[in-house]
Design a protein around this ligand. Sequence first.
Ligand code: HEC
Ligand code: HEC
Ligand code: HEC
Ligand code: HEC
Length: 109
Amino acid sequence: MKKFITLFVAIAMVSIAAMAVIADDKGPAEIKLPASMGEITFNHAAHQGRVADCKTCHHQGEGTACRSCHGIKSDAPKAKKAFHATCKGCHKEQNGPTKCKQCHTGPKG
Ligand code: HEC
Ligand code: HEC
Ligand code: HEC
Ligand code: HEC
């Protein structure tokens, strides 16, 4: 029994440490999002300062790439639809950029 408890405590401590690492992972400061209209340079760090809750964008929980589902999984809307809804939706409300060329600034691809 004592052995079992020691093992349980050890596993719990490792789990808590792993969770802390995940919570600390804010992802890259700048993210390039390729698009046929022109690449978008997304300032992730600046947006983390503007938007209080990570879940405003990461609706499925913190820190999973949108493109691991959108454009890949059949139950998730296409990436263009999901990104435009998230990005332009907030920009319309908070006076962020809404014109195509204000986001699609980079080379087409
Ligand atoms: C304004 C929207 C927005 C906010 C707010 C935001 N993120 Fe992100 N985040 C993104 C986008 C977009 C990506 C790139 C997703 C992709 O490549 O598909 C990303 C990528 C990431 C990644 C890298 C994922 C990977 O596997 O490549 C991590 C980690 C992450 N975000 C963590 C966070 C955390 C933690 C917060 C809150 C402190 C946060 N994000 C707030 C939009 C946002
Ligand atoms: C683990 C898979 C997964 C990840 C990661 C994910 N999504 Fe989604 N998303 C979905 C699914 C499935 C739906 C459709 C069901 C729903 O609305 O929850 C959805 C719906 C949406 C919608 C609503 C679209 C509409 O037309 O109503 C938006 C907007 C969205 N996601 C944006 C994002 C953004 C931005 C990211 C990254 C920051 C992201 N999602 C990450 C799976 C995911
Ligand atoms: C919840 C609100 C919110 C969301 C979601 C959001 N933004 Fe923004 N974004 C803003 C605001 C507010 C500004 C304007 C900041 C200013 O002018 O000081 C901005 C500015 C920008 C700019 C101009 C350069 C900069 O960073 O200042 C770009 C490009 C941009 N956003 C891209 C995106 C993209 C791409 C997404 C989706 C992945 C996104 N934003 C999602 C609020 C948001
Ligand atoms: C607020 C920023 C923003 C604005 C404004 C914006 N877009 Fe986008 N757009 C994105 C993001 C982010 C993606 C997703 C890129 C990805 O999936 O890598 C995208 C994706 C796309 C795609 C799909 C690209 C591909 O290769 O599949 C097209 C087409 C597109 N946008 C056209 C437009 C047009 C036309 C306008 C103007 C009416 C516009 N966008 C305005 C951010 C924006």
